[in-house]
Design a binder for this molecule. Structure first.
Ligand code: ADP
Ligand code: MG
Length: 365
């Protein structure tokens, strides 16, 4: 039976539109963690602690010592499409220096959970206990939101910085809640997200706790190797080899300004590609081309179906890469894909050759 006639086209009600939009940003606990950690990084935090319960399905808490918010900003922050990060589309064209800018994360998360924000602005140097700061900004603000409704706003005592707590994710969208996987799977996603931010920001102390137990904690002293040690353990950290190349701007690989980071000894491997972490202009991307480029560098030195560890930062000129800024995607397209690929392979190959870990005659790819 084929349908006949013209289907009726209806306008969706606001609530439906909002829930659909929310699903684009918040798919699972790991998406909440990603948005909150990005906010903490954008807020210039030196320490970020992430704690989740039951893989994040029961609770997510992200605490930072960043710039914090005064009461007015906090109330604005949870509204729809509010951001302090860009003024308009022209800023986007110029390239954004922050991780967020869409101004929808807090609002959206609040629409599908019970959200509590406690925040207090960081005191400016020289403010130390003088004048109005004691009464005004010195006290923090707490805002609670349940399923998109602000249920409480008030003063709260809290340290400088921001704590965002998300409980009962999807309590009001049962269809979406049903798509959540097991606690173990949801936690894996959370762990992946926090791990990549910890590796990308070794100057920030980032910790992860699951059901009250510490999973890892980086020191935030700025060393990539020490971040790798905290996240992957001693055996991996000690096997890592430094990569640092600045492909000559005059040759064909001018599309890449710098390739730096750490890659593992060809015998320190795992059975999946998930430990091949690549970052383009500081942003974590799961890009097949970059992963292949790293693998190519090892030539025939890897056992079959074994993959090394890599934490590799590839810097390219801003205008030569299209980062799909969809909140859930981390895909990119390079103007000169093969140039980037060659530059990355060469950088890693040089590092492995210098250590005598591959033979110069090793076949390519
Ligand atoms: P976006 O990050 O795209 O601006 P969000 O909804 O994630 O949108 O956040 C809205 C605003 O709230 C941010 O622009 C920022 O000003 C403020 N904000 C959010 N999280 C924090 C935080 N942890 N510390 C300080 N300010 C924050
Ligand atoms: Mg944000």
């Amino acid at each position: 039976n084929r349908p006949t006639g013209t289907p009726t086209i209806r306008e969706l009600d606001d609530r439906t539109v909002r829930q659909i939009a929310a699903g684009e940003v918040v798919e699972r606990p790991a998406s909440v963690v990603k948005e909150l950690v990005e906010n903490s990084l954008d807020a210039d935090a030196d320490r970020i602690s992430v704690a989740v319960d039951a893989g994040g399905t029961e609770g997510v808490r992200v605490r930072d010592d960043g710039v914090g918010m005064d009461r007015e900003s906090a109330e604005r922050a949870v509204e729809e499409h509010t951001t302090s990060k860009i003024d308009g589309i022209d800023d986007l064209e110029a390239g954004v220096g922050t991780l967020g800018f869409r101004g929808e994360a807090l609002h959206t998360i609040g629409a599908v959970s019970r959200l509590t924000i406690r925040t207090k602005p960081r005191a400016r140097p020289g403010d130390g206990g003088n004048r109005e700061t004691r009464g005004g900004d010195a006290s923090g603000t707490e805002i609670r939101i349940e399923g998109g409704e602000v249920t409480a706003v008030g003063a709260a005592g809290c340290p400088e910085g921001t704590v965002v707590e998300v409980e009962d994710l999807f309590f009001n969208t049962p269809a979406r809640k049903k798509f959540l996987k097991t606690t173990a799977t949801e936690f894996d996603h959370v762990n992946t997200v926090v791990t990549h931010y910890a590796l990308a920001n070794p100057d920030v102390a980032i910790s992860l706790e699951h059901d009250g137990r510490e999973v890892f904690a980086t020191e935030g002293r700025g060393s990539l190797r020490s971040a790798v040690l905290s996240v992957y353990g001693r055996e991996v950290a000690e096997s890592m080899i430094e990569v640092d190349a600045e492909p000559d701007s005059t040759d064909a690989t001018a599309t890449v300004e710098r390739v730096r980071g750490l890659v593992s000894h060809p015998e320190t491997t795992r059975s999946t590609r998930e430990y091949l972490s690549t970052f383009v202009n500081g942003r974590y991307v799961t890009d097949g081309v970059l992963r292949e480029a790293v693998l190519d560098a090892y030539g025939g030195q890897l056992a079959s179906d074994r993959y090394p560890f890599a934490v590799l930062f590839v810097d390219v000129p801003a205008g030569t890469v299209d980062v799909n800024v969809h909140p859930r995607k981390m895909e990119i397209r390079f103007d000169d894909e093969s140039g980037v690929r060659t530059a990355v392979t060469d950088a890693v190959r040089t590092a492995l050759l210098d250590e005598g870990l591959i033979r110069s005659t090793a076949p390519r790819g």
